[in-house]
Structures are given as structure tokens and as C-alpha cells.
Design a protein around this ligand. Sequence first.
Ligand code: FES
Length: 610
Amino acid sequence: MTVRVLINPTNRELEAEVGDILLDRMREEGVHIEALCGGKGFCGKCRVILERGRVEKRSTTPDKLLSEEELSAGYHLACMVRLVEDCEFTIPAESRVDSPKILMNASLELPERSPAASKHLLASPGGPAGSPLLAYRRLSLRDYQGTAPRVSDQVYEALNRMREGEVTVTVSRTSGYPEVIMAEPGDARNRCVGLAMDIGTTTIVSVLADLSTGRVLGTASGMNKQITYGEDLVTRVAVARNEEGLRKLQRAAVSAINEVLGRLYSDTGLSPGEVVDVAVGGNTVMNHLFAGLESGYLEIANVEVPREPIIVKAGAVGLDVNPEAYVYCLPNVSRYLGGDAVGDVVASGMHRSGEMSLMIDLGTNGEIVFGNDKWLFSCSCASGPAFEGEGVRHGMRAAVGGIDHVWIDPETKEARFSTIGDAPAKGICGSGLIDLVAELFRAGVMDFSGKFVASAPYVREGKWGMEYLVVPAERTSIGKDIVLTQGDLDYVIDSKAAACGAVTVLMKKLRIGINDVRHVYLAGAFGTYTDMRNATTLGIFPKFPNAEYHPIGNGSLSGAYATLVSVEKRREAADVARKMVYVDLLVDVEFIEEYSKALYVPGAKEYFPA
Ligand code: FES
């Protein structure tokens, strides 16, 4: 039997079968809601308020994630709601997936260009009668040097139909052997367009660029729709264990990308058929899921991951560009160090410098690379989503209303703060959380072991144990006090210890000290929005007294752009992936030692001299 479900505040009506789980139907219909644990009933993020109708619960155990007042106000967890009749729900502010602040800034310039796709005129127009088609389908092309490209049946037939006038063909070198992927009438050499994308776990950023000039024609971004299947990579790989799950995740990613592309086409006046090459920066799991590749093996610790780039035809994955265009994904190194990190390295240029450099990209998963022009040494760490504002009670992604910076009055210990968009506070995002904890330490509200000082002002006993009042309810948009609990604090300290331990364990293995590092490249949102003084006060990574610090923005997008407009950069990316030594910290005993030392603020004296 079919029931109708109305979802506020978007006023979306869904149809469902009796017995369906609300979160599943919302996912299928593209209704966004926070779902950190992917529907397992662990995170308590997928809150909905039942306004009308009756529901059953799959389990009542996760109700402990809701307070008594919330339960009596009709709060439910969408992943636990079994639909039995027509009903109406509201998604409360804290569970809505608002448009996040997406990191768009990236280096999108490259003086030397040699794109993998290029357009050429046929040397003698007019089909077989004019003899452009030589024996064995060899084409005679103007301004083309190198191995004669192969011609598919489809293109050959198209060429045979173009008997009049000039003919332009697009040659792609992405697959390793040149191939004519498109033929069009007339001289179309001035329109050769490519797409560079950063496919992140949370967001997608796309750039259309003119392949012959490198000029950016348009940029757009959006949310990765896979988010409703779980925010972290482990949950998504688990969903993709069976074919149906993999298909859903692949479709969700491509549908989100195609929506972003739709906006780009309407902004630029370009059409999908004009986009003849695609380069992608994504982590290992995203690359697999986007390409529809089996990803179950990524659940195995220390498993070997192919270091060749994943290459597919756009038509095969349903991407809304020319279906014959090749999609090149920057090569992965390991299961948790993917093409996005290789893109960071290529964008930073550390692999071409004789000086010792460190690249740090901290999100839910942290990537750390030390090296120079001779060697690269890397690891990844489960820094957890704290640095992206998730995993703590009042954490949120960087979006309007997110507290992004915090200062604590050294006398009164009261928190002052700013929010994204100057909106009433809704939660604390990653940069705000780092500020908050560093300032609590500086102000003496938190001790060096990460525990609240019970006698400090604004520290009190709350529902979840000791907590610090950040914003009183009347100044928030969620009608509740925004607090940082001792549990949150423990989580942040654990995250920072994982990140710092990952950096110092590599330093120990490489026998390098804090004075040896000359450049620190900070990639991603962490490197762009975080106050670095607070990051080192907290001890997320050591202080490097001789280093220059370089925020590189969205390095994954810069890497994708560079490899879109230059095959030379693709060679560099291949070289980076091939020569990078990867240390799996899950099976590294020294890491536990370094991690334990980093559980104190800021950390061991050798890395944080007074
Ligand atoms: S509790 Fe429902 S998605 Fe986590």
C-alpha cells in the first residue's frame, strides 16, 4: 500500500510503500538530511519532527541519542522511522544540509599547455573522394604530429557522411594511444573545451576550461549526493559492497555532477557535446565509486591499490559531456591516499624542489607527504571529521550560521565568535572548533591533558557531563545552548593526536627535525580557513621554525586542472604516484607511540619547544 509523506520546510511530497524506512525514501528522492553514520542509528544526526500521522520504529535503542524534551516534541531519527500511513515531518535546522561554504580557490593557470585532447582539420576535406581517409583508416591531419590516431567505426562512418567542406576532428591521447573521438563539419578548432573536477566526499567543484588557451570558462560547485548514504568513506564502501549499493552511489555522484554541469552550461552557453576531455581529482574511494568500480577490496588494511590512473569513457559513467570524451582520474597511491593528494603534490610543486617540504591536507581523512625532487614519503591518518566540524555535539560543516572563529576573553573566559554569513549561530564548524579548543587552553579553561578545569567560568555540569557554554540559546538559530562537552573535547584531542602523530612518525622514520623543513603546503579547507597559530597551539602539527607556509587552496582541483591542460603534468602525476612510499599507520607500531605523546597539548617538547 502506498502512503504520502510531506517533508517541511521544502514542502516536498514523497510516495512510499508501507514499511519503507523514511531515510531510504528521502535518499532515493534526493531530499538532503544529515546522516553521518549512513543510517545505522549511531550518530543521531538524521532528526525529523513528526508533525502529523503515526509511524513505527525500526528500533528504539537509538532514541537515547535524543533528549526527553525532543522525544516528547515528536523528534525521531529518520533512519529508524518505518512508514505506516500518510504523515508529515519537519527537518529541524540542525539536521538540514545547508549549502556548504565550498573551497573554490585553486591555482588555475599553467603557462605551458599540452592538452590530451586537441582539434585538427582534415588535410583534404570531402570524404573518401577527397582522400582524407587513407588506407587502414589513417587520417591526414593538419598541425598534428605523432602516431597516427586510430578511428572508431562510429567516427569513420561520420567522416564518410561529411563529403562537403572542411572537417574538424578531435584527437584524444588519454588512453595511451591517440584516438579520433569526434568529427564535426567546418573549422571548429576554436572550441575545444575540457572539464576539471574535484570530486570530494562532501562537495563537488567543476571548472570548464578552453584547452587551447587554458582560460577558465566557468566554475560551479554543489553537494555530493552520496552524503545521504553516510558521510565517511568507510560507510560508503560498506554500502557499495553489493552491486545495488555501488550502482546507487555511482548514480548519486554522477547525478550531483550533472546538476553542477547543468548550471555551468547555462552560465557559459556551452553544450555538453563540446566538452571533449575530463580530468578528475578525487580520493581513492570517490574515484572507484564514480567510475563504478568494485571497491570492496578497499576495506582490507594495507591492500595494494593500482597506481595507474583510472580511465573511462564519459558515456560509460553517464557524465553529461561528450559521451566519447575520456575521463582521466589522477592516480591513487593507497586506499586512503588518492588522486586528490597526488593533485595536491602536483599543484604544490614540492616534487620538483630540492628543499624539504611537507604537504598537509586534513579533512575526515588526513594526508601527509614529506619529500623533495628525489623522494616522497607519505601516510594518511584517521583524523576524523572534527576538523570539518563533524563528530561533535554542536559541530557542523562550514555553512551559513557556522561559528568559524572564536576568541575567549582571558579575564571573563566568555567566548566571542564570528559566524559564516554573520547569521545567528547554528553550530561550530572546523576552523571555529580549532580556535575554540586552542583558546580554551590559552585561557586556562582546559588543561594540558585536554580536560576542563571544573572551577572555570562557563564550565558546568550538563546533560552529557562537563561542558563549556559557547553560545546561550537566545543567540542561536536552533533555540538551544551551543556547548562543547568533555566528550567533544576528548574527540578533538584524539583527532589532533592522530594528525600530529602521523606527521611526527614520518619525521622519526626519516630522521628529520623541525629545523629541516623549509616549506609547509597546507591544502584544502583546513589550510585555507584555519588560524595556523591556533593549529600549532593545539599541537595539530609541529612548529617548523625555518619553514615558509603556503596555503594552496583546493589542490585536488588545481591538480585536475593541471592534468587537463597538460599531458606533461599527467606524466608528473604518474611519477609522483609511482615513487611515493606509503606507510600504513594501521600496522605501524611507532605510530601508537607518537600518537600517545600527542595526546597532550601541544605535544612532545622536541616538536613544540617553548
Ligand atoms: S542515526 Fe540516523 S543516520 Fe545516523
